[in-house]
Design a protein around this ligand. Structure first.
Ligand SMILES: Nc1ncnc2c1ncn2[C@@H]1O[C@H](COP(=O)(O)OP(=O)(O)OP(=O)(O)O)[C@@H](O)[C@H]1O
Ligand SMILES: *[C@@H]1O[C@H](CO)[C@@H](O)[C@H](O)[C@H]1NC(C)=O
Ligand SMILES: *[C@@H]1O[C@H](CO)[C@@H](O)[C@H](O)[C@H]1NC(C)=O
Ligand SMILES: *[C@@H]1O[C@H](CO)[C@@H](O)[C@H](O)[C@H]1NC(C)=O
Ligand SMILES: *[C@@H]1O[C@H](CO)[C@@H](O)[C@H](O)[C@H]1NC(C)=O
Ligand SMILES: *[C@@H]1O[C@H](CO)[C@@H](O)[C@H](O)[C@H]1NC(C)=O
Ligand SMILES: *[C@@H]1O[C@H](CO)[C@@H](O)[C@H](O)[C@H]1NC(C)=O
Ligand SMILES: *[C@@H]1O[C@H](CO)[C@@H](O)[C@H](O)[C@H]1NC(C)=O
Ligand SMILES: [Mg+2]
Length: 667
């Protein structure tokens, strides 16, 4: 009854370590315990008192820090005391013994002269059994030492001042149910509890042990009669001693309690720390079936993960080089572009141009709408210069410019990221594709003036001369307010280096190419003016610059047709019929004449963009010119063959032909 009350008390106190006073204490686990350590002894982070750590020929001691009062008066009779502890010995072998451990009551904590191995860290060979040692120990011995008359390699014994036991017995317990002896293996790696009781009235030492699940058996394992008064001093220390030999073995104490003149407080088994696992896991039948399946499944899962990761890697793989660091802010992650465009899905396709496909997307983080142009490129050469140009183009700012936000590179692909223009390109309105409404004259005039002002900016107002090189209706985009925005800066640089520099290679689109490009292949602001002139005519007439349907006929060029009408004094007949006469005749006349002037076959005869702007604004009247001299010169060029041949040689809408840098250096 008393035992149960004490037990309950400690359960309620809910403390791992609790000192009940000067003469009793209990540790259910050693976290935060104040003990005196020596040798390898330590408390593990898990709260185990680890006496040895597996190192050979090692000692470990741990003592309650203060001495306990074992006598009622100086030199008096040693009083009754009780100790209880839970221990475990973890050897790397389950069948081979290693050295053991002992509970000690000693006059001193100083065991510096003691030896490891079979001496258990208690004494040395000369002093073994010497009465001046003043220690009492209960050993748990795992090696049979004939010199100490050991029973076997798995026994418990009560010792005084030495290694030869007063009394000992095989490790085990007498089962309460039948009184039969049950063997226990000290090195089984199982936690076991030991009770040591000294009854001073009869000078009897009783040692009891049991597996922790069994509880304290009524019958002790053995008893020894010995008067400890001559052994234990008035003030003595209580603790543990342990030693290793040549095996890798660890000695652990999980819980410990002690009391003078009363039963040792109960150790809370449920709070004991967990022992580390040594060696292979015990294999159960279930495991033998489950393990292969589980490992099979994990291999499968791992394989899948690896495949997915690789796929992802591959899918999102980019080409990134050191020199790109400075372009960092302009560099987009392929992953973002991939996500933005639904994996470059055809449902996101805005159009296919001469260089590649353009996809619409929404950037995942910022929700900015973008148009991504996917260009395939094979050569690494020139890419650095090209990217540098792309990035500097990104710095251009004008209200009639479709901003180039940045780029991304993959192995053989380049991505140019533009701001998305919600109303698409002008060509779709002019040629009535995709059911777009016809642009009224006011809009057309506004777009022409807008693009002209943008070209003034590029040619004359920015820090460098920027030549666009691909001015045409499909590269004039319309923002949400139907403002014309020049987009799509030429990809000439990129294509330059793919081909033999000796060959003539011009970038641009047939119908917009100035004739001199056929000879010099050098893009200049004036070749832009030529293309802009063609653009004005296209917008005004609602006709393509080159009529594909009548490619074989003589009148293939819009410029020629306008000239012809002009010479017939019916210039305004060329204005888009779909406007149904709803246009400003004066403006249309300026547009048509200026278009012709700009697309003059002789570069020197073309106005600069600043002059074009002045004509458009009406700040300056158009110079006097007659259709005949223009047309005469035009014919001369045509008969020279340059242009017709050119059209025959490159029947595609875009031709990639050599040119100089996108940005002309200096001014
Ligand atoms: N920033 C943008 N916003 C909205 N639509 C765009 C944008 N950029 C391009 N597009 C659309 O994508 C289509 C294809 O563009 P792309 O530039 O590839 O071809 P292109 O202009 O016909 O020829 P080129 O390759 O010579 O420029 C365009 O016709 C245009 O409608
Ligand atoms: C441990 O116990 C000793 C002896 O009682 C004492 O001197 C020391 O301060 C204690 N240390 C801690 C951390 O409690
Ligand atoms: C064991 O303890 C000894 C002494 O404290 C130390 O030198 C050794 O490194 C420890 N070994 C391990 C495996 O922790
Ligand atoms: C031990 O107890 C006895 C009797 O109470 C007392 O005389 C003695 O001083 C105590 N010793 C210590 C070290 O407390
Ligand atoms: C322990 O005892 C040895 C002699 O056995 C002595 O040299 C040493 O100084 C003692 N250590 C302490 C801490 O008292
Ligand atoms: C016992 O130890 C003491 C002190 O170290 C020593 O004086 C004595 O000779 C030893 N006795 C034996 C029998 O060795
Ligand atoms: C206990 O173990 C010892 C040694 O392994 C053996 O000799 C003895 O017969 C065993 N006793 C019982 C009851 O199993
Ligand atoms: C033990 O020894 C002490 C001192 O010699 C003595 O007073 C006491 O009676 C003894 N105890 C028993 C049970 O013989
Ligand atoms: Mg384009």
């Amino acid at each position: 009854m008393k035992f149960t009350l004490v037990h309950l008390l400690f359960l309620c106190l809910n403390l791992a370590a609790y000192t009940t006073g000067d003469d009793q204490f209990v540790y259910s686990g050693f976290s935060g315990a104040n003990l005196t350590f020596d040798g390898a002894a330590t408390v593990t982070p898990g709260g185990l008192l680890q006496l040895t750590n597996g190192t050979d020929q090692q000692k470990g001691h741990a003592f309650y820090p203060t001495p306990l009062n074992f006598t009622r008066s100086r030199g008096g009779e040693v009083q009754s005391f009780s100790a209880s502890f839970v221990f475990a010995i973890l050897s790397i072998y389950t069948d081979l013994s290693a050295h053991g451990m002992a509970l000690v009551v000693a006059s001193s904590k100083n065991f510096s002269s003691a030896l490891p191995g079979q001496l258990l860290g208690l004494t040395d060979i000369q002093n073994n059994g010497n009465d001046s040692n003043h220690f009492f120990a209960v050993e748990l011995d795992t090696i049979q030492n004939k010199e100490y008359n050991d029973l076997n390699a798995n026994h418990a014994g009560a010792n005084v001042n030495g290694l030869t036991s007063l009394q000992s017995y095989y490790a085990g317990y007498f089962d309460d149910k039948d009184g039969n002896f049950r063997n226990l293996s000290l090195i089984s790696r199982q936690a076991m509890q030991v009770w040591v009781d000294y009854d001073h009235k009869v000078a009897q030492i009783a040692v009891t042990m049991a597996p922790i699940k069994v509880g304290r058996p009524v019958k002790p394992l053995f008893t020894a009669t010995y008067n400890l008064t001559a052994v234990v001093t008035d003030d003595a220390y209580v603790g543990f001693s342990s030693a290793t030999g040549t095996f890798d073995v660890r000695h652990y104490v999980l819980g410990w309690s002690f009391a003078m003149n009363g039963p040792a407080p109960a150790i809370d088994i449920s709070k004991l720390p967990i022992l580390p696992r040594v060696g292979p896991k015990p294999r159960s039948k279930v495991l033998e079936i489950v393990l292969p399946i589980a490992s099979g499944v994990s291999v499968l899962i791992l394989g899948t993960i690896v495949v997915l990761v690789l796929q992802r890697r591959f899918r999102y793989a980019e080409l990134r080089e050191d020199w790109e660091v400075e372009f960092g802010p302009r560099r987009f992650a392929y992953k973002d572009l991939y996500r933005a465009t639904g994996g470059f899905n055809n449902t996101h396709l805005l159009g296919i141009g001469g260089f590649g496909r353009v996809y619409k997307g929404v950037l995942p983080a910022s929700e900015v709408e973008i148009a991504v142009k996917k260009v395939s490129h094979d050569s690494k050469q020139g890419i650095k210069e090209f990217i540098a140009e792309v990035v500097s183009i990104g710095r251009l700012q004008h209200r009639n410019l479709a901003p180039l936000l940045g780029y991304c590179r993959r192995k053989s692909e380049l991505f140019l990221v533009y701001e998305y223009m919600s109303n698409g390109s002008v060509d779709k309105y002019l040629h009535g594709r995709e059911g777009k409404p016809i642009l009224n004259w006011a809009r057309r005039w506004h777009i022409i003036k807008g693009i002209a002002s943008c070209l003034v900016y590029l040619h004359e107002e920015w820090e460098k001369v920027v030549v666009h090189r691909d001015i045409k209706a499909s590269n004039v985009l319309l923002d949400s307010d139907m403002n014309g925005r020049l987009g799509d800066f030429g990809l000439a640089r990129l294509y330059d280096h793919d081909t033999d520099p000796q060959t003539t290679h011009v970038v641009g689109t047939i119908g917009y190419l100035a004739p001199e490009l056929g000879h010099t292949s050098k893009a200049t602001p004036l070749t832009d003016v030529f293309a802009f002139g063609v653009f004005i005519l296209e917008v005004t007439c609602g006709q393509r610059p080159v009529n594909n349907a009548s490619l074989q006929e003589s009148q293939v060029l819009l410029v020629e047709r306008v000239l012809e009408q002009w010479s017939k004094e019916s210039l305004l007949d060329t204005v888009d019929k779909r406007l149904e006469g709803n246009y400003d005749a004066a403006e249309a006349c300026v547009a048509l004449k200026l278009g012709l002037l700009c697309s003059h076959p002789f570069a020197n005869a073309r106005p600069s963009m600043r002059e074009v702007m002045q004509y458009l604004e009406g700040d300056m009247p158009l110079p006097e010119m007659t259709p005949t001299d223009l047309s005469f010169q035009m014919m001369a060029i045509m008969q020279n063959g340059g242009f017709d041949q050119f059209i025959m040689a490159y029947p595609s809408s875009s031709a990639s032909i050599e040119s100089t840098s996108l940005i002309s250096v200096g001014r």
